[in-house]
Structures are given as structure tokens and as C-alpha cells.
Design a protein around this ligand. Structure first.
Ligand code: FAD
Length: 381
């Protein structure tokens, strides 16, 4: 991808955000309403195929361009990125580990947005410790029969196909050898049991999914071989973490942008509050966090695009950028004073959206542990 192509894509997305998203996001988010019309435009823009290889109908964008797109959209409404982020991680699992038949069957439908979905890993009893999942798949002729419950699944209601992590051999040791990843399309035995209510990240549906004697063809086992599911699921997490980090950059930037604008128009003691040193200290820290977060994301995305190992880099970007979003959002609320607490301004939304990025795609506690482990591994004494 050359710079001119990237500029063209970012310009088209920028125009759409200003024309259609900025004026409508607040009302949709207040009603926790799924943005159907925006999803249609996202399909036209090719976002559901952003990182899917061109030979299967996608745009084949590098992670660095993709991260810029995610950050830009998140500056307007972070929830929108969740509609295609986990969908693209599902697609990446097929593109990287799927059989040729699976790629040909699923990737073009994912790329057009005709079939959308996400990742179904987390269960009511476990998220971080994924190897403790209990959803079970048992082979029966040409099918597997699946029973279990998944929770917090993004796009769970509006999506129709999910990369579903299950146990095919619950007694395996180590535990990950008994895990497999299936492409599970909605059908008999696959139920959405409830929509989950949330602090923020509104508009996008988060759901609990229940599988009761749900039959999935053996042909939908990603890669065609049992026991590789954990590896396939976590293999997408580097890109997933770069995604979440880019969302953090977007929210941190939005909080800074709104704070800089407000601080110039709000006056106290005869001058704009941006002339008070207490506010300047905040703005200085916020701007520095934005820039540092952006550079960490760029560096992780560059390593990912070069095919280098980047779990430490993606972990650092995810950890720093999500904390930057959280810190900038509360500072923006403070700078807005009482109006920061009002639903008539966007800063309270950033403050409700930001914590998700500290939790999703591996909590920030786990990111610091991953960073430390890699640091030791790369620097033996
Ligand atoms: C809005 C939203 C959307 C989501 N979307 C999806 C989705 O699409 N698909 C999906 O599969 N999941 C999704 N999730 C689930 C998310 O990935 C999990 O919530 C996350 O992985 C944490 O798991 P948990 O909630 O079970 O927390 P737990 O694993 O129970 O962790 C609780 C706390 O303990 C800490 N902790 C756990 N183990 C350790 C350890 N070894 N060392 C130190 N600290 C530890 C954690 O950091 C955390 O602070 C979503 C969650 C939310 C809130």
C-alpha cells in the first residue's frame, strides 16, 4: 500500500465520519441503538474486509494502515470499531490457519460484510484463563455436537458466524492440546440467551450465547485438525491488541481535542481556563500521552507487518494506549467542570468507553506480565 492509497482511504473515512457519524453518534449511543445505516456504509467502505487478503475479496491493508483507520473512527465513536474488529480477528484465524476450502468459502462473505461475526472465547467462569473453558465438542459422524455457554460476545446478536473455542479433549495435558476452534454459524441449537447491559461501548451488541446440542460440520473445524484451537485463538491476539491500542489512541485524542477546544472558550477569573497553569499541566500531559500512545501503536504495527514477533510490542501499545484513553478521558471531564458530567458533552462517553480497552483482548494486568516475561526471555543473563 502506498501513501497516496492510504490517504485516499483515510480521506473517504474522514468524510463519512464528519457527514454521518459525528452528528448522530450521541443520540444512538444514548439509546444503545445498533447503527444499522452506518454498518451499511462500513460495508461499502470495505471495512469488513480491511485486513482480509485481496485474493479473497478484502482490501488486504497492512496493520499500520488499519491501526490509523481504527484510531480515526474511535475519535468519533469507538463502538463502531468493535463491529469490525473482532470480525476481522475471526477472519484472520481463517486466513492464517484455515484450509483452502474454508478460505474460499468464508473469506469473501466476511470481506463483503454479508456474513459478520466475531470471536466466542470467554465463558461465564473464565476469560483470562482461557484454557479452563468448558464448552465441549464431541465428534458424531460428519459433525461435532457442541454444548456450553459463551459470554460477552461482541456482535453476538447482529452477527451470524463466530470463531468458537471449545474443548475437544477435556482430559488433555497440557490443557491447550484439547482445544479446537470452529466456525459456528447460527442455526438450530445456537441461541442468543441475553443481551448484556454495559457502562459504555453502547450501540454494539454484547451477548451471552448458549449452545445446546448444536451441530457444526467437521468441515468447519479451522485448519481441519483438532487440538490447535488455543494456538489459533491466541495467534490473532497480537493484531487484536494493536486494534485495541489504536482504539485507545482514538479515544485519548478525542478527549484531548475536546479539552483543548473547551479550555479556550470557558472563562474563569477574567481569562480562558487554558491560561491557568493547572489546566496547562493537564493539557501538556494529555498531549504527550496521545503522541506516545500513537508511536507505540505505529511501532507494534510495523513489527507485525514485517512478520516479526511482536507480542511485547503489541502488549506495550495496548497497555499504554488504553491507560492513556482512561487518563485523558477523566482529565477531559475535569477540564469541562460540571459540564463534563453532563450527557450534552461527549467527554462523559469517552470516560465510560475507555475502561473496556483496559479489559478486552487481555487485561492490562496480563499485558504487564507478558511484557515482563518477554523482556526476560529476550535478555538472558
Ligand atoms: C464489552 C466487552 C466485550 C467483550 N467482547 C468479547 C468478545 O467478543 N469475545 C470474547 O471471547 N470475549 C469478549 N470479552 C471478554 C473479555 O475478553 C474478558 O472480560 C477478559 O478477557 C477478562 O476476562 P474475565 O472477565 O473473565 O476476567 P478474569 O479472568 O476473571 O479476571 C479478573 C481479574 O483478575 C486478573 N487476573 C486474572 N488472572 C490473572 C493472573 N494470572 N495474574 C494477574 N492478574 C490476573 C485480571 O487482570 C482481572 O483484573 C468482552 C468483554 C467486555 C467487557
Amino acid at each position: 500500500m502506498n501513501t497516496a492509497e492510504e490517504t485516499q482511504i483515510l480521506d473517504a473515512i474522514g468524510k463519512w465520519l464528519e457527514r454521518d457519524v459525528r452528528p448522530k453518534a450521541r443520540a444512538l449511543e444514548k439509546r444503545d441503538e445498533y447503527p444499522d445505516a452506518m454498518v451499511e456504509t462500513m460495508k461499502e467502505l470495505g471495512l469488513f474486509g480491511a485486513t482480509i487478503p485481496q485474493e479473497y475479496g478484502g482490501l488486504g491493508l497492512p496493520a499500520s494502515t488499519y491501526a490509523r483507520i481504527v484510531a480515526r473512527i474511535s475519535e468519533e465513536w469507538m463502538s463502531l470499531t468493535g463491529i469490525f474488529n473482532s470480525h476481522l480477528i475471526m477472519a484472520a484465524a481463517v486466513a492464517r490457519y484455515g484450509t483452502e476450502a474454508q478460505k474460499r468459502e468464508f473469506l469473501p462473505k466476511f470481506a463483503s460484510g454479508e456474513v459478520r461475526g466475531g470471536l466466542a472465547l470467554t465463558e461465564p467462569d473464565c476469560g483470562t484463563d482461557l484454557q479452563a473453558i468448558r464448552t465441549r465438542a464431541v465428534r458424531d459422524g460428519k459433525d461435532y455436537v457442541i454444548n456450553g455457554t459463551k459470554t460477552w460476545i461482541s456482535n453476538g446478536i447482529k452477527g451470524s458466524c463466530f470463531a468458537l473455542l471449545v474443548k475437544t479433549d477435556p482430559k488433555a495435558s497440557p490443557r491447550h492440546k484439547g482445544m479446537s476452534l470452529f466456525l459456528a454459524e447460527k442455526g438450530k441449537g445456537f441461541k442468543v440467551s441475553k443481551k448484556l447491559e454495559k457502562l459504555g461501548y453502547k450501540g454494539i451488541d454484547s451477548a451471552e450465547l448458549v449452545f445446546e446440542d448444536y451441530r457444526v460440520p467437521a468441515a468447519n473445524l479451522i485448519g481441519g485438525e483438532e487440538g490447535k484451537g488455543f494456538h489459533h485463538a491466541v495467534g490473532g491476539l497480537e493484531l487484536g491488541r494493536i486494534n485495541v491500542a489504536a482504539r485507545g489512541v482514538g479515544v485519548a485524542n478525542a478527549a484531548l481535542r475536546d479539552a483543548v477546544a473547551y479550555a479556550q472558550v470557558r472563562k474563569t477569573f477574567g481569562k480562558p481556563i487554558c491560561e491557568h497553569q493547572a489546566i496547562q499541566l493537564k493539557l501538556g500531559e494529555m498531549a504527550t500521552r496521545c503522541e506516545a500512545a500513537r508511536l507505540l501503536v505505529e511501532s507494534a504495527a510495523r513489527a507485525y507487518d514485517a512478520g516479526e514477533r511482536c507480542d511485547m510490542e503489541a502488549g506495550m501499545a495496548k497497555y499504554f494506549a488504553s491507560e492513556a484513553a482512561l487518563e485523558n478521558s477523566i482529565e477531559a471531564v475535569r477540564i469541562h467542570g460540571g459540564y463534563g458530567y453532563s450527557t450534552e458533552f461527549n467527554v462523559e462517553r469517552y470516560y465510560r468507553d475507555a475502561p473496556l480497552m483496559c479489559i478486552g483482548e487481555g487485561t492490562n494486568e496480563m499485558q504487564r506480565i507478558i511484557i515482563a516475561k518477554q523482556l526476560i526471555a529476550r535478555n538472558p543473563a
